[in-house]
Structure formats: C-alpha cells, structure tokens
Design a protein around this ligand. Structure first.
Ligand code: GAR
Length: 192
C-alpha cells in the first residue's frame, strides 16, 4: 500500500446518526487539514448523517441494496471520486473480503471498545457485565477479519459504578469524537 501524501480525498461510510462524520467534517474545516471529506455513503437512506453531508455540500448517496450490489455501487462512487482513504464511522455492515481486496485505498474504522476486547456488538454492555474498570474506543485499519486490523489510536474511558450501557456509550462517543480526526491525521501523515 502506497504512503498517503498531498491532498487526500476521504470517503466515509455510515449507517445512522453520523456524529463521528460530523466531527470529521468540522475538524478538517477548522484545521485546514491535508484531507477533505469528499464523499459520504450510507447503507440507510434515512441516516441522519446523510442530511448533514448534504448540508455541507458533500457528495452523498444512500444505497439500500444487499451486500454485493451495495459494494459494487459504492466502489464505483469511490473510484469516480478518487478516494484515497475510506473511513467507516458507525457503518454497521461487514465489508466482504473481495471489497477489501479490490480497494486500492486504505480503510479505517472506529470501534467502541478497547480492542482486542469486545469485537462485534453490545460492547458497552459486555464491558460492564465483565466488571471492567475501563471501556473505550479504538481506531484501526480494516482487514478481512472483523475488528482485527492494526491499531492507530485508542482512548480509555473509566466505567463508573452507576453506568448503564447507554450512559457509558455517551461518554465513549465523546472520546471517539476526539480520537477519530486525530487518527485520520496520523494516517494522512500529518504530525499532531
Ligand atoms: C460509534 O460509537 C461507533 O464507534 C460505533 O457506532 C457508533 C456510531 O455513532 N461503531 C460500531 O459499533 C462499528 N462496529 P455515530 O453514527 O454517531 O458516529
């Protein structure tokens, strides 16, 4: 994989709320980064994040197809828009090995746990049940194996006695909003 330099076109895949997408857009504008969000794709047409992309005049598509069709269409848009880096931000589908192989760009993801702990779903509930002292979030490279690629950044959040999965998720989300743009900076070789 080639090192990313120069002006980097970033694509983002989302499935819903899109608060991480929002923070990525805000950060890149505020800090005049060498990367810009050029394309947003959601596998749900009603995703709130799509409306936010529209408001910011970012090319956006809602593609509600089964996986092979979704991936084929998405790949076409990614190529057409010369995307160098794909960020998964609350994207709740698992990309196929074929898609990952065919991608000539880097793919990164944010996952709400201290990986390698709690891959998959219900991470906060599982961390509370296990009696863990800390939860957190990890930005990592995407490989064909679920939530298993090399770590880029990780942030820890203390689990409080009174925490329910929702309250913990809210605090972790705030931490995600800080680390995801920083992780993109790292991947895009900007010194932070
Ligand atoms: C985030 O907490 C993200 O880590 C998680 O979904 C949330 C999306 O929020 N991602 C996953 O669980 C992926 N396995 P957002 O739509 O507001 O950015």
């Amino acid at each position: 994989m080639k090192k990313l330099t120069g002006n980097i076109n970033v694509g983002v895949f989302i499935s819903g709320r899109g608060s991480n997408l929002k923070e990525l857009i805000k950060y890149s504008k505020k800090n005049n980064t060498n990367w810009k969000i050029k394309l947003v794709i959601s596998n749900k047409k009603e995703a709130k994040g799509l409306a936010y992309a529209k408001k910011n005049r970012i090319i956006n598509y809602g593609i509600e197809n089964m996986k092979p069709q979704f991936e084929k269409k998405a790949l076409r848009h990614l190529k057409k828009n010369k995307i160098n880096l794909l960020c998964l931000a609350g994207f709740m589908k698992i990309l196929s090995k074929e898609f990952i192989k065919k991608s000539k760009f880097k793919i990164i993801n944010i996952h709400p746990s201290l990986l390698p702990k709690y891959k998959g779903l219900n991470t906060h509930e599982r961390a509370i049940k296990a009696g863990d002292k800390y939860a957190g979030s990890t930005v990592h490279y995407v490989t064909a194996k679920l939530d298993s690629g090399k770590k880029i950044l990780q942030t820890k959040v203390k689990i409080l006695k009174k925490d329910k999965p929702n309250s913990l998720a809210n605090r972790v989300l705030k931490a995600e909003h800080i680390i995801y743009p920083k992780a993109v900076d790292i991947v895009c070789n900007k010194i932070i």
